[in-house]
Design a protein around this ligand. Structure first.
Ligand code: CUA
Length: 328
């Protein structure tokens, strides 16, 4: 087996490091994989056979009928009806089989069964947000095993692509409209989820984990995760959210400038905006910066941030403000 990805620096991605890439498709972790893989391998086999046949015959003819001294070219026969019928019918039969098998697999992949567990997905540069029916939002995808799960997806900014190779799932997320994908995981485990649509600077770091919970464990996990922040003091909850909502990707709390300005010790200060306006950093300004981040841009920075409207509750915003207030 050829280890196609073996030479890449995959140590950065722990999930890949556990199961290094191979020439073949990854393990069949969803019901869709069992339907799709035979089609893929059928097409791959047909391609390999015809590639070998065409290139092999071409090489053979080039050598066999090369120009040699003393041999003059002969006129080639103009038509061979039987041969032409054969080389029309055989490929037609092959592509018909490929079409039929692909169509069945495609219908299976696109038609979500009734009663799916629905999770809303929002992508924004450069994070994934998975919103569960109880309102809890996580940056990793948690799902129950052996239950059909439907993702209803959209993007806040640019095109993103959600791909879970182990599930054979891949679907684009488009700003301003919804797309969906469904799957049924066949066993508990952890898999890699990645963005497959080039979406800017940190596209290649737009990763998440898919955690498939064993029977019964998913509901417990969801309840605990949803209640967890409410058990903390507001500023502590804000600190957790700072990482959970992906703020830490662009904003430091140690004073270093990132894609966005550092946020430590800003409360009560006066900042100069790109258009020269002086702004007093208070509760309202922080709230506005989360919900309408492009309204006022701090001098020296680009309008890279997109809104968190719908991704953060009012209660969570107050926790975040409390957290920023007490940073130094
Ligand atoms: Cu999001 Cu690439």
């Amino acid at each position: 087996m050829i280890d196609a990805l073996g030479t890449l620096p995959l140590g950065r991605y722990p999930l890949f490091a556990q199961a290094p890439g191979s020439f073949w498709l990854p393990g069949q972790e969803s019901t869709a994989a069992k339907v799709m893989d035979p089609v893929f391998y059928l097409i791959l086999t047909v391609c390999c056979v015809f590639f070998t046949l065409v290139v092999g015959l071409m090489a053979f003819f080039v050598i066999r009928y090369r120009r040699r001294p003393g041999v003059s070219p002969e006129k080639s026969p103009s038509q061979h009806l039987v041969l032409e019928i054969i080389w029309t019918l055989i490929p037609m039969a092959i592509v018909s089989v490929i079409f039929y098998e692909s169509f069945l697999a495609y219908m299976e992949m696109r038609t979500a069964p009734p009663g799916c567990y629905e999770i809303r997905v929002t992508a924004k540069q450069w994070d994934w947000f998975f919103a569960y029916p109880n309102g809890y939002v996580d940056t990793d995808l948690h799902i129950p095993v052996d239950e059909p799960v439907k993702l209803i997806m959209t993007s806040e900014d640019v095109l993103h692509g959600l791909s879970i190779p182990a599930f054979r799932v891949k679907m684009d997320l488009v700003p301003g409209r919804y797309t969906s994908a469904w799957f049924r995981a066949v066993r508990p485990g952890t898999h890699q989820l990645l963005c497959t649509e080039y979406c800017g600077d940190d596209h290649s770091d737009m990763l998440a984990s898919v955690v498939v919970h064993p029977p019964g464990e998913f509901d417990r996990w969801l309840k605990e995760a949803g209640d967890f922040l409410k058990t903390l003091p507001p500023a502590k909850a804000g600190e957790q959210l700072f990482t959970l909502k992906g703020c830490a990707n662009c904003h430091s709390v140690e004073g270093a400038a990132g894609t966005g300005p550092p946020l430590n010790g800003i409360f009560g200060k006066t900042h100069t905006m790109a258009d020269g306006e002086e702004v007093h950093v208070d509760d309202d300004y922080i709230r506005e910066s989360i919900l309408d981040p492009r309204k006022r841009i701090r001098a020296g920075y680009q309008p890279n941030m997109s809104t968190f409207r719908g991704l953060i509750s009012d209660e969570e915003i107050t926790w975040m403000i409390d957290y920023i207030k007490q940073t130094k």
